[in-house]
Structures are given as structure tokens and as C-alpha cells.
Design a protein around this ligand. Structure first.
Ligand code: C2E
Ligand code: MG
Ligand code: MG
Ligand code: MG
Length: 291
């Protein structure tokens, strides 16, 4: 009886695997269609300079207007896109859409210092990123200084030399490179020092417990000190409370990003944000703009 039960369980298990596999295939087919049907869009989240509250830059974050499921966050599809070999094409779409938006904003007189775009390690591994960025900037007549690329430590997993060489070339034109989600990876200080980056983004994980956890304070101030000594521009992400904003401002973070200031917004709403978001002001002042 035990044997039959075991086989039965096996069957159920296989059926579940089948379903999971079929769902993955379906998702990939839908993602391919999404590219053709132009169902992706970018939202923009401001980065605020705490010394004067100015919005000097923004991060572009992909969304998918799914025909049945509505507006989806990247958590629902980016991993599948990476695994299914679609991230190069999607990444190129993101680059193009962000540069088109930068150009449109510049024409409308909204000149942000920089807009950052998330780049998957696979895009670097393909070896085509440098040419793609060059062509896209040229097509939209966007100066390289207006673009920032966010990469993660996982780029070191593949051919780290080749990835760093590409980033180095992009930086030589004036494109800046940010290390995203800092603190969640495994880089040693030695590798960190050699990475071709301009900006470090402290992961939200270290921001969340600020204000009530002395351990979190200690780690955050150590990261700030490290960024300082490596002469990196420091951005903290995931700021949700005025206390977190005040602490990170006082520690010397260059820019702050998080729901406290604004959620990621469609470009039309981003354009309507006040040019300065003072840390002390109530977020409800612009909450009405959220989608
Ligand atoms: P990320 O690059 O670390 O982006 C920050 C994420 O944190 C965004 O989630 C943002 O909406 C969210 N966030 C910002 N402030 C707060 C806050 O105060 N509290 C909380 N709880 N969350 C906050 P999102 O847009 O869902 O993106 C998730 C991740 O998906 C991104 O993490 C990035 O790794 C990836 N991603 C987004 N857009 C792209 C893209 O165009 N290409 C690639 N390859 N990956 C992307
Ligand atoms: Mg990012
Ligand atoms: Mg991040
Ligand atoms: Mg992240």
C-alpha cells in the first residue's frame, strides 16, 4: 500500500511539475507578445538630495500592462525573462524607452541630472551592451552624462573581466555606473575597490530597521564610511519614514529614494512632482499624484 501511495504521490508531483513548466512556457510566450504589442512601460522614482530636497535623478523601473492581470511589477516576470533568454530584448527596450523619456523631458525643460536604468548581468554577458548604449544615446541625442546604469554584484559571477571592461568603456564616455542592492551580495572589499563604479546604492534591507535597531545603525554608518573612503556617490533606497530619511541624511548619504518621498510614477505624474521634496514635509503633499 505504501508503494502504491508513493507512486501516487510521484504522479501528483509530476503533474505539478507539468503545470509549473506549462505556466513558464505560457509566461514566456506572453512576454514575447508583450514586446510585440508594446505592453511594457517605465515608471520613474525620484532620488532626492537631502541637503536641499532637490530631485536630481530618477530610477526607471519596468512595468508590464498585462492584458488580463493588469499592471505587473518586475517581480512577476523579470526572472522568467532572464531564464527564458528574453532579457536582452527587454533590456534593450528599457534602454530605448528611458532615453526617449530623457530626451522628451529635456525638450520640456525638465533636465534631471541623471536617469538610471537597471541592467541584468546577462546583458553584460552578451557583449552587446556597449554598442546598444552608444546607438541608443545617439538615436535620441541624449548625452552620456544623463544616463546611469544600475548593475549588481552578480555581474562578477560570469566573465568579470569582460563585464568590467564594458562598464569601463561606458564610463569613459560619461555614463555613470551604480552598484545596486549593495550589502546583499558577497563582494569582498578588495573586489569592491576594483569595480568600475561611481555610485553605491545601499539595499533597502539596511534601511528598514534604522531608528529602532542599533545594529542597523552601525551597519549603515559603516557602509556610509566605506562609500566615502572609496569616493563613491551614495544613494539609500527604501526610505519609508521621516526618521529613516533624517538618519541617512545626517550620516551623509548623497541621495535618498523611497516611498516616503514618492512611489515610482508614470512619466506624466513624475513631471508634476514639485522640484524639491523636503524631508520634513508631509508626503501627503504629493500622495495624490500616485497612480
Ligand atoms: P531595484 O533596482 O533594487 O529597485 C528598487 C525596488 O524597490 C523597486 O521595486 C521599487 O519600487 C522598490 N522600492 C522603492 N522604494 C521603496 C520603499 O520605500 N519601500 C519598498 N518596500 N520598496 C521600495 P520594483 O519596481 O518592483 O523592482 C524590483 C526589481 O526589479 C528592481 O529592484 C530591479 O532589480 C528589477 N528591475 C526593475 N526594472 C528593471 C528593468 O528595467 N530591467 C531589469 N533587468 N531589472 C529591473
Ligand atoms: Mg535598481
Ligand atoms: Mg536596489
Ligand atoms: Mg533590488
Amino acid at each position: 500500500a505504501a508503494k502504491t501511495g508513493g507512486r501516487g504521490q510521484h504522479k501528483v508531483f509530476h503533474r505539478l511539475l507539468d503545470i509549473a513548466a506549462r505556466e513558464r512556457v505560457l509566461l514566456l510566450a506572453q512576454l514575447r507578445q508583450a514586446l510585440v504589442r508594446n505592453e511594457f512601460l517605465l515608471h520613474y522614482q525620484p532620488r532626492v538630495r537631502p541637503v536641499d530636497g532637490a530631485i536630481d535623478s530618477a530610477e526607471a523601473l519596468i512595468r508590464w500592462q498585462h492584458p488580463e492581470h493588469g499592471l505587473l511589477n518586475p517581480g512577476a516576470f523579470i526572472e522568467a525573462a532572464e531564464a527564458g533568454g528574453l532579457i536582452d530584448e527587454i533590456g534593450l527596450w528599457v534602454l530605448d524607452a528611458a532615453c526617449a523619456q530623457i530626451a522628451a523631458w529635456r525638450r520640456q525643460g525638465l533636465a534631471l541630472g541623471r536617469v538610471s536604468v537597471n541592467v541584468s548581468p546577462r546583458q553584460l554577458a552578451s557583449g552587446e551592451l556597449v554598442a546598444q548604449v552608444r546607438d541608443t544615446l545617439a538615436r535620441h541625442q541624449v548625452p552620456p552624462q544623463a544616463l546611469e546604469l544600475e548593475v549588481t554584484e552578480s555581474l562578477l559571477v560570469g566573465d568579470a573581466r569582460a563585464a568590467c571592461a564594458q562598464l569601463g568603456e561606458l564610463r569613459s564616455w560619461g555614463v555613470t555606473v551604480a552598484l545596486d542592492d549593495f550589502g546583499t551580495g558577497y563582494s569582498s572589499m578588495a573586489t569592491l575597490r576594483q569595480l568600475p563604479i561611481d555610485v553605491m546604492k545601499i539595499d533597502r534591507a539596511f534601511v528598514t530597521d534604522l531608528g529602532h535597531d542599533p545594529g542597523a545603525m552601525a551597519i549603515a554608518s559603516a557602509i556610509v564610511a566605506m562609500a566615502r573612503s572609496l569616493r563613491l556617490h551614495l544613494v539609500a533606497e527604501g526610505i519609508e519614514t521621516p526618521a529613516q530619511a533624517a538618519i541617512l541624511r545626517d550620516m551623509g548619504c548623497d541621495e535618498l529614494q523611497g516611498f516616503f518621498y514618492s512611489r515610482p510614477l508614470p512619466p506624466e505624474a513624475f513631471h508634476l512632482l514639485p522640484r524639491h521634496l523636503v524631508p520634513e514635509a508631509s508626503p501627503s503633499q504629493w500622495a495624490g499624484l500616485a497612480p
